[in-house]
Design a protein around this ligand. Structure first.
Ligand code: NDP
Length: 274
């Protein structure tokens, strides 16, 4: 009787307590990851390798990519991307088959007041937005064949506008608009490709810390944790990942109270200009 009761309890627990992320599902998964030479992308490369995925890494600096590669287990290839992150170098590997396309790279970001540099905004749009659209478009047929996932790394500033991020914020809002609309269309057409948009707060990568030093009163979250949250979100095919988790509430509050929210938000930024 005791054994039977224990069995029932174990069965009920298994039914109600489901951990949706199963790392085993990533073993042998074919992943193309952009912006993998540093920061969150580099950390994602380490996680994917640990889970046994077959990864292709891209970034511009080949030598730095090679360094990441040599600290990983086998199954890793690297490809250099050109400055404007155009699809040509990476296109060739897509026909080999792909389960995950993780779009993570960004162009050099200026964390400052708008100074009227329209050309920079145009260039950043190319790197942070158009190249994502082009890579996703090239990969969609193979992702569909493999019931794969498209993972797009965005930012809080792609949901809620923040100071010092005019051009960057525009590229991230564009990603939300494009890929959230595309998600609707894929569902309507019953095409089995998931799209996960990742909304991140300040993360302690070298570039982000350098950019924001002395300009924000915010604590940065750890890059390895952010990387894992992105990977889990892609693997479980959720529509949106918020890291840290409470950013979801920030976004909801922003929608409900945009004016008060804006005032609170500005208090986290240090403006000591003229
Ligand atoms: P990093 O600056 O640390 O890394 C950027 C990566 O992109 C590098 O691998 C870099 O490699 C590559 N890259 C840079 N320029 C280009 C280019 N022109 N073409 C192709 N690749 C390029 O960024 P993070 O790790 O901080 O950010 C990763 C993602 O997370 C981004 O999408 C970012 O918007 C998002 N995010 C980050 C936050 C943070 O606080 N760190 C906050 C919110 C969102 P290489 O120079 O070799 O090309």
């Amino acid at each position: 009787k005791a054994l039977c009761a224990a069995g029932i309890v174990a069965g009920l627990l298994a039914f109600f307590w489901k951990d949706p992320f199963n790392p085993v599902s990533l073993s042998g998964a074919r992943v193309l990851l952009t912006g993998a030479s540093a920061g969150i992308g580099e950390q994602m490369a380490y996680h994917y390798a640990r889970f046994g995925a077959e990864i292709v890494l891209t970034a511009r600096r080949e030598a730095v990519l090679q360094k990441v590669r040599t600290s990983l287990v086998p199954h890793v290839q690297t490809f250099a991307m050109c400055e404007c992150a155009s699809i040509h170098p990476t296109l060739n590997i897509v026909p080999w088959g792909l389960d995950y396309l993780v779009l993570n790279h960004i162009g050099v970001t200026h964390f400052q007041m708008w100074v009227g540099d329209v050309e920079y905004t145009r260039w950043l749009m190319q790197v942070n937005f158009f190249s994502y659209v082009a890579l996703a478009t090239a990969a969609l047929p193979t992702l569909e064949k493999n019931k794969g996932s498209l993972v797009v790394v965005s930012s809080l500033t792609g949901k809620v506008p923040t100071p010092f991020t005019t051009s960057y914020s525009a590229t991230k809002f564009a990603l939300d608009g494009f890929f959230s609309s595309l998600r609707h269309e894929l569902i309507m057409q019953k095409r089995n490709v998931s799209i996960t948009l990742c909304i991140l707060g300040l993360i302690d990568t070298d570039s982000a810390l350098e950019n924001t030093r002395g300009k924000v009163y915010l604590t940065a979250s750890p890059a390895p944790e952010a990387a894992l949250a992105i990977i889990q979100g892609g693997a479980t095919r959720v529509q949106e990942v918020f890291y840290p988790w409470w950013l979801k509430h920030v976004c909801c509050l922003w929608v409900l109270f945009p004016n008060d929210g804006g005032q609170v938000l500005r208090s986290y930024y240090n403006y000591s200009g003229p």
